[in-house]
Every structure is written in structure tokens, then in C-alpha cells.
Design a protein around this ligand. Structure first.
Ligand SMILES: Cc1cc2nc3c(=O)[nH]c(=O)nc-3n(C[C@H](O)[C@H](O)[C@H](O)COP(=O)(O)O)c2cc1C
Length: 201
């Protein structure tokens, strides 16, 4: 076994999938924000969201959301949204250099696609799209981020990642975009599957 050393990294992003949140602004336009703090429990998706951002502002007023899940090939478009906020004026708590951008679709080049059960649009390029509604959120222990629970109402999947004629995603066809210590990765080759996998094979 290798030796472990104590370190104090500035961030602890050990590799989680990136999702792209669509929420509705006061004027009915859409805000887009990439986040990597997202995980699923059944049809509930838990999100970690900065309390000072436009996404948090929108969700406190209008609970509809689309959780769009991009593949690795979309990393540059995701990164084009890293330095912008839909919040005006830009909160002082945001990282230095962050600028206000009201049209996130234009700046990223993503394509807006009408949703079926919620108001904010889906992002057409994302292989998985979850239309959802959030419950009132709680602040996390440090007070600067919100723990948001989103109840998924409708799932859309690119036909190319679905096992035809089933409700199953083909794990060999689907790959999330992984945020790994502030660097972007895709998945490596499959290692195996859990005993609970029901994927037809
Ligand atoms: C790959 C990536 C992952 C991110 N993860 C998170 C996250 O988990 N939670 C969060 O609040 N912000 C995260 N951010 C930062 C937000 O995208 C950023 O604060 C943005 O300004 C939010 O936009 P908004 O203020 O319009 O909602 C991430 C950014 C990138 C590029």
C-alpha cells in the first residue's frame, strides 16, 4: 500500500457528473448554470447550489427546473458558462472576474428545446434531460450554499443511449461529463456491474 500524506486542498471535487440547470428568470427567459454537486436517490435529485446565484434566486420563486445531463463532448460549451452569472448586479461573493450574462443560450451555443411539464426549456444537446420541481431548500452548514431536492416528473433520453423498446439506458452508450478536481473527464472502460443491474443483455 502506498503512503498517505496529509494535504489541505482548496477544493474537494473528487469527480462528480456535471449537470446543466435550466430555471426561469423573472421576465420568463431561461437561465442556465452548470453544477457538479448533483446525485440521484430514486426520482429525487439532490443539488448543491450557491445561495448567491441566479439559479437559487429563480428556484426560490419558481420551483420548476430542468436538470440537463451533458456528455463529455460538450465540455467546452459547459466551460463557456463557468465565468458568467444571470444575477445582476454580480454578487460580491462571486469569484473575481465573474460577469453578468442574461442570455446563457447565446453565450454557450446550446439549443433551447421546449419542455413538456415545466416552464424552463430543456437543452437539446444533452443526452438526458430531467424535468423536475424543487421543494423549499435549506441552507447548508456553512450558510453559503443551498441543499435543493428536485422531484423528477419526466425523463427524456436521447434514443441513441436507450436500449430500443425498453426503459433502460445502455450504460455502454451513455457517458456523463465528470468534473475531477476542476478538470473535465469522460468515463473510462466498463469495469463490471452491480448485482442489482437489470439492464437487458
Ligand atoms: C463544471 C462546473 C461545476 C460547477 N459546480 C457548481 C456546483 O456544484 N454548485 C454551484 O453552486 N456552482 C457550481 N459551479 C459554478 C456555477 O456554474 C456558477 O456559480 C454560475 O455563475 C452560476 O450561475 P447563476 O448565478 O446564473 O445561477 C460550477 C461551475 C462549473 C463550470
Amino acid at each position: 500500500m502506498s503512503e498517505h500524506v496529509p494535504i489541505e486542498p482548496t477544493i474537494l471535487y473528487f469527480g462528480t457528473p456535471v449537470v446543466l440547470l435550466s430555471t426561469e428568470n423573472d421576465d420568463g427567459s431561461a437561465n442556465l448554470a452548470p453544477i457538479s454537486s448533483a446525485w440521484a436517490l430514486g426520482y429525487t435529485i439532490v443539488l448543491g447550489l450557491g445561495a448567491d446565484g441566479q439559479s437559487a434566486y429563480n428556484l426560490a420563486r419558481r420551483p420548476d427546473i430542468v436538470i440537463n445531463v451533458p456528455g463529455p463532448h460538450l465540455w467546452k460549451q459547459i466551460e463557456s458558462l463557468a465565468g458568467v452569472t444571470g444575477r445582476f448586479p454580480v454578487p460580491e461573493s462571486k469569484p473575481a472576474g465573474m460577469r453578468y450574462e442574461p442570455d446563457k443560450f447565446a453565450v454557450s451555443g446550446f439549443t433551447s428545446q421546449e419542455s413538456v411539464v415545466v416552464n424552463p426549456p430543456r437543452v437539446a444537446e444533452c443526452g438526458l434531460q430531467f424535468e423536475a420541481r424543487v421543494a423549499p431548500a435549506r441552507l447548508g452548514v456553512t450558510g453559503d450554499f443551498l441543499i435543493v431536492q428536485a422531484q423528477v416528473l419526466k425523463v427524456h433520453a436521447d434514443a441513441a443511449v436507450v436500449i430500443a423498446g425498453t426503459n433502460y439506458v445502455e450504460p455502454a452508450a451513455w457517458s456523463p461529463l465528470i468534473y475531477n478536481f476542476r478538470h473535465y473527464f469522460g468515463l473510462g472502460p466498463e469495469l463490471g456491474h452491480t448485482y442489482r443491474s437489470q439492464t437487458p443483455r
